[in-house]
Ligand binder design. Sequence first.
Ligand code: G1P
Length: 292
Amino acid sequence: MQKVRKAVLPAAGLGTRFLPATKAQPKEMLPVVDKPLIQYTVEECVASGIENIIIVTGRGKNAIEDHFDSAPELERFLEEHGQPERAELVRQISKMVHFSYTRQRAVGDDQVAVLAARELVGDEPFAVLLGDVIINGRPVTRSLMDVYEETGVGAIAVEAVHRDRLRLYGVVDTKPAPHQRWGDKLHRIHDLVEKPAPEEAPSNLGVTGRYVLPPVIFDYLAKTEPGSGGEIQLTDALRHLARAEGLYAYVFDGKSYDAGDKLGFLKATVELGLENAEFGDEFRAYLKTVPL
Ligand code: G1P
């Protein structure tokens, strides 16, 4: 089976749910505790063994490239001013992995972004990570890569979602597909529905923004017509893939934070702040003093 070496990170969105913060700044660069949002997904890729990250950007997104580039003046300044640890922190960001960039010409959705990466991905399986979602614990992308590398079938991460929130997710219709290695975490997908009304949702399993897909998905993406909300949806292409070639849903264990809107972002900031090794305890003590 072909190894999964590449990951595509769509980062061309306008960040409209975050205005005014995102008027002149990419949403992907908003800091959650001490790192820009997109660095969390990049680190998940690195922890999963991805070798090449393809970031799909657009107009106004140059800060993303600068962030993952080397910064010799800053590194030198920090070295010369007795801050070697900070210099190393800065250096590591550009050395983690190989980055490639491509631009999405038209403003569009994740589907168009993934398609924009077709040339750079080539004829091999690849991961897609939607940057709004931060996932803690064992890297989920690694688990999806394991499923693909063992079975040759694509896999997407799902988690149980409260009924009231299903309309914010792609929702899967599955049958259990117990597997020696993954037990009942693995399901076969029969259908997917993008952002269903709660009474129309086929299950409570929501798609969490992590995918490992075979290259044939590009053909399905190229053929898919606009779906929910008039947008061309990645989910619709996945439905075709599931029917024609098979697709697994993998129910992962870790905790996910959807930092894609203001409230989710605040929750992620508080929870990840509490976990911070340097000041988490102090932050907890502070929160207890906040009148609620
Ligand atoms: C996207 C996907 C959706 C998925 C969600 C996870 O939606 O289209 O299927 O469940 O990410 O966060 P978005 O949140 O970008 O509208």
